[in-house]
Design a protein around this ligand. Structure first.
Ligand code: CMP
Length: 140
């Protein structure tokens, strides 16, 4: 077990419904520490770049449109095995398949409007964090 950092986004469907605090409470109760956080409105360019691995997927346009529709909260979370722990707390991408008590089971509206994003590996976490935060903005 090692202390890791992961990147998290509280998505537009959740910020719109004023769920930032409720979602952060689940992260903190699980043992994740919010070591950086900023509420921003993603530009079209930022959203396209962030999700460029999905550029060929049929839902890419819809995904970019959704992610730029309302503010998001970008975050760096720190904790023991933070990448896996965060993904466990988020639950499955599709809320219909998410376990009880997870963020997506409790709050997500659909597979697209699924309330949160989390990095899928430590390597991708470092890449995603660097798109939104400089090292001096992360206070552990
Ligand atoms: P996220 O973890 O942010 O990474 C990619 C996102 O694409 C995913 O969460 C979903 O919100 C979205 N996504 C995945 N599959 C679909 C789909 N079939 N239709 C719409 N959006 C999707």
């Amino acid at each position: 077990m090692t202390v890791q950092r992961t990147f998290s986004i509280i998505k537009p469907d959740a910020t719109k419904r004023n769920l930032t605090g409720a979602i952060n409470a689940k992260f903190e109760e699980a043992g994740l520490r919010i070591v950086a956080q900023r509420r921003i409105h993603l530009s079209d360019e930022q959203a396209k770049k962030f999700y460029e691995v999905h550029a060929e997927r049929p839902f890419y346009g819809e995904l970019v449109e959704f992610m730029t529709s309302e503010p998001v909260v970008v975050q760096v979370l720190e904790g023991e095995d933070a990448v896996a722990l965060h993904r466990k707390v988020m639950g499955a991408t599709n809320p219909a398949e998410a376990d009880a008590g997870t963020v997506r089971k409790d709050f997500a509206l659909s597979i697209g409007e699924n309330s949160v994003h989390g990095s899928d590996s430590a390597e991708n976490a470092a890449i995603e964090i660097a798109q939104f935060f400089t090292e001096d903005q992360i206070v552990g």
